[in-house]
Unconditional design. Structure first.
Length: 802
């Protein structure tokens, strides 16, 4: 398959599949919880539906040559589709796919968060197994094979095209994809991963471009659209069509994109030769159960998702499956449909027997969780088990809902059917215990000696051997999330305040929250962050220490506390915190860079270089480590080694602009001006507001005699950074030298001087002003400007000598 052109900046990779021999086999609970039989270790489940019935559907096609197209739509409630009961025709294009496919009426997400839900889709396992419990702070473990790895290892071309930073390759979700389109401008991110996204139209364009080269093998294409996610900013005409329903407008817009994507598939003759699966990763609260968005509760508003499977040529279209199914079923379904064995350790079951009408109705149960209340507030986690007819939610005040009579989950019928509630709770307990026994252990921490523990406690870094984020067991009963929903809403509102750059309002909300419940970790941490932004580092230390008293391993607060100590010059105390972060995660690049910076603060540059050289030996070393090493090597005069480090940084992260800028500077200093021009151009392509690259590139074009291009780049540099004082002077001098607008040249010079008259470039500005004044016949003013320049030079000389 073709990868997108350079303008899309896709990342291309090939990785060897990790075979599942080392993955422990799950013991199934009474056959009801998994929907498949127990298998001995190392033995794969043979395909069931790849026999005659499936071959009849495929016709002359071989299952192993079947293309797979997986479309996941973020934050898509099932009930917004007309085919799922919405009387308003929001989704004609998706509904058309339903008419040609098999609709699953009772599909459930494993968790109402983007990254963990997609981790379940891509691995066929539940969150307690794959270890990704929410969007922040988790990476999909390399020991768990992904769908792309399974198919890629069997000859498939694989392309993933995602629309949100929460699915960036750094979180492990991209493993196995030859091409992964995850280019995001992190300058947009203001403390919220969800704020970095792209319009689905751009993602589709990249995916279609990838398809435009004739495939030499069957392919897996994953397309992820993020548009229904908040903030709701639908384009026209959808905004006007649904003026008071922006979420619905976003869904309608996304549906139009599905129509465009379908058209592109049809034009290329791919739709009828492919297995097409369309689903939502989770839903959206929209105020139901007082939940505005998603992630907190496990009600159907956020976990009931649409699922449609379209077979090649639309065979068996219009069929309805009412069996309860889960995202963990998609991987085994795809593997079986493409003629491959389902590996042991997969916790879902293939849906092909249901698709083909071969399965009898069962009493299957599926699992959903939200650990958000626990991880962020120290409240009780929420776990649910769902059958076709009922849902049980395990909480301090447990809940049972009859989904056949009460799809809104408005009446808790636990007291009316205690027997069923006990039965479902027992099933849930057994299921969770089994998953957690075999799953990824994320709770382990480094062993610490008592002296280290005492030092950590003294500085506020640790309160004990674990916090609520690591340990779910507690001597004290945890709060029921539904009883604390208003506090959660207030914290979400505070986050919105911060996104709108209103920290004062955010702080007021958070203080009010803590008056009601002083144990909310996130509120303390957010207040610490606000104080840091105000440069009130003593206040920040107090907030971060209170957060760490509640959760000793809260990494955001650890980093904030250590950073606050550093800003106050308390470097020993800062080092303790950053080293504690490395105890928790030896590969924490932010902590490594921070420790290196402390060495630099202490004039220990060689120690900083040694630390970074050691860190960059790891195969997992990230770009920032190579980049920081390169900058220090430049200061040591080791330019060849610095050049190699910057090249490694650029290779590790193709979207990082600064390594290219530094390479350009080195090439320019070495006299390789043509190469420097290319690298400056690449820098600006990656970072359109990189004023230094714009300025330097302008100078080089000036050397080539291209003064028009030079002037445009100088103008761009000032537009990118209005505080770039030298830029005012150089642009003014260029205008003067070209015999152009002397009036504007004078305005630019005076504007630059007004920003900082005593700056290092101040004398240059005054000499330039004198030249302009002299040319316009104001010799007396020109002499005064020269005198001012000389006076500043004298003062600066005295300051340097002292």
């Amino acid at each position: 398959m073709a990868k997108p052109e350079k303008s899309t900046r896709s990342r291309t990779r090939r990785q060897v599949i990790v075979e599942p021999a080392g993955i422990a086999l799950l013991v199934l609970v009474a056959g009801l919880l998994w929907g498949c039989a127990r298998k001995p270790d190392g033995e794969d489940t043979p395909p069931v539906a790849t026999g005659r019935a499936w071959q009849e559907v495929l016709g002359d096609r071989s299952p192993t040559q079947l293309n797979v197209i997986l479309v996941t739509i973020d934050t898509l409630r099932a009930d917004r589709l007309s085919s799922y009961g919405n009387p308003v025709p929001l989704t004609p294009n998706i509904d058309a796919v339903v008419g040609e496919g098999i609709r699953f009426a009772n599909a459930a997400s494993t968790v109402p968060f983007t990254l963990p839900a997609h981790s379940s889709i891509m691995t066929g396992t539940y969150p307690p197994y794959h270890g990704v419990r929410e969007n922040v702070g988790y990476t999909l473990d390399e020991s768990i094979p992904t769908l792309a790895e399974w198919l890629g290892n069997r000859g498939f071309s694989t392309g993933g095209f995602v629309s949100a930073f929460v699915l960036d390759s750094r979180w492990g979700i991209a493993r196995g994809f030859d091409t992964y389109y995850d280019d995001f401008d992190l300058d947009e991110m203001k403390g919220n991963l969800g704020s970095v996204q792209r319009d689905g139209r751009e993602t589709i364009e990249a995916a279609v471009q990838w398809l435009d080269s004739p495939p030499e093998s069957p392919f897996l294409l994953w397309l992820h659209l993020f548009d229904p996610h908040d903030p709701y900013t639908p384009p026209e005409p959808f905004r006007s069509q649904y003026p008071r329903r922006p979420y619905d407008a976003e869904v309608a817009y996304t549906d139009s994109l599905i129509g465009d994507f379908r058209g592109a598939l049809e034009e290329r003759g791919l739709l009828d030769n492919s297995l097409l699966i369309l689903t939502g990763d989770h839903g959206e609260g929209l105020g139901q159960h007082k939940e505005g968005f998603h992630g907190f509760f496990v009600y159907d508003s956020t976990v009931h998702v649409p699922l449609i499977i379209r077979l090649p040529a639309g065979r068996l279209g219009g069929r309805l499956v009412e069996e309860v199914v889960s995202h963990v079923d998609l991987l085994p379904t795809i593997l079986e449909a493409t003629g491959h064995e389902i590996p042991s350790g997969v916790q879902g079951r293939s849906l092909l027997p249901l698709v083909l009408g071969e399965d009898e109705p069962s009493e299957r149960s599926v699992y959903t969780e939200s650990l958000y209340p626990l991880l962020h507030y120290g409240w009780s986690p929420l776990r649910s088990i769902r059958t076709r007819t009922h849902k049980f939610i395990d909480a301090p005040d447990p809940e049972l809902y009859d989904l056949t009579a009460d799809r809104e989950e408005s009446e808790n019928v636990l007291l009316k059917d205690r027997r069923l509630a006990r039965e479902l709770k027992d099933r849930l307990t057994e299921l969770v215990a089994e998953i957690e026994r075999e799953g990824i252990d994320r709770a382990g921490t480094a062993d610490l000696d008592e002296e280290t523990l005492q030092q950590l406690r003294a500085l506020g870094y640790v309160a004990g051997q674990g916090g609520v984020a690591a340990e779910e067991e507690s001597d004290q009963p945890r709060a029921d999330p539904k009883e604390r929903i208003e506090l959660h809403r207030a914290i979400m509102a505070a986050q919105s305040d911060l996104g709108r750059e209103n920290p004062e309002q955010a702080a007021r909300r958070l203080e009010e929250v803590l008056e009601i419940d002083p144990t909310i970790i996130d509120a303390h941490q957010m207040l610490g962050t606000i104080a840091s932004q105000r440069e009130d580092f003593e206040g920040a230390i107090g907030h971060f220490r209170r957060a760490l008293e509640l959760d000793s391993d809260h990494t955001t607060s650890l980093f904030g506390l250590a950073g606050s100590y550093r800003r106050l010059g308390r470097l020993d105390e800062a080092l303790v915190g950053f080293r504690r972060l490395l105890d928790l995660n030896p590969g924490d690049s932010k902590a490594i860079v921070a420790i290196a910076q402390i060495h630099v603060d202490r004039d220990e540059r060689r120690e900083a270089i040694a630390l970074l050289e050691e860190a960059t030996q790891s195969p997992e070393a990230v770009a920032i480590l190579f980049h920081q090493l390169g900058e220090l090597l430049v200061l040591e005069g080791r330019t060849e080694e610095a050049h190699r480090s910057f090249e490694q940084a650029a290779k590790k992260n193709e979207e990082l602009a600064q390594p290219r800028f530094n390479l350009a500077v080195l090439e320019e200093e070495a006299g390789n001006l043509a190469r420097a021009v290319d690298l400056y151009e690449e820098t600006i392509e990656l970072a359109p507001n990189h004023f230094e690259a714009q300025f330097n590139l302008g100078r080089l074009y000036g050397l080539r005699g291209n003064l028009d291009r030079q002037q445009k780049l100088y103008e761009a540099a000032l537009s990118s950074n209005p505080e770039f004082i030298r830029g005012y002077f150089f642009l003014a001098k260029l205008l003067m030298d070209r015999g152009g607008d002397l009036e504007r040249a004078e305005e630019l010079t005076r504007e630059g001087l007004a920003k900082d008259p005593e700056s290092k470039t101040g004398p240059l500005g005054h000499y330039l002003l004198a030249d302009i004044l002299n040319r316009t016949g104001r010799q007396s003013e020109a002499r005064q400007a020269v005198a001012t320049a000389r006076a500043i030079e004298a003062r600066q000389s005295v300051g340097t000598d002292s």
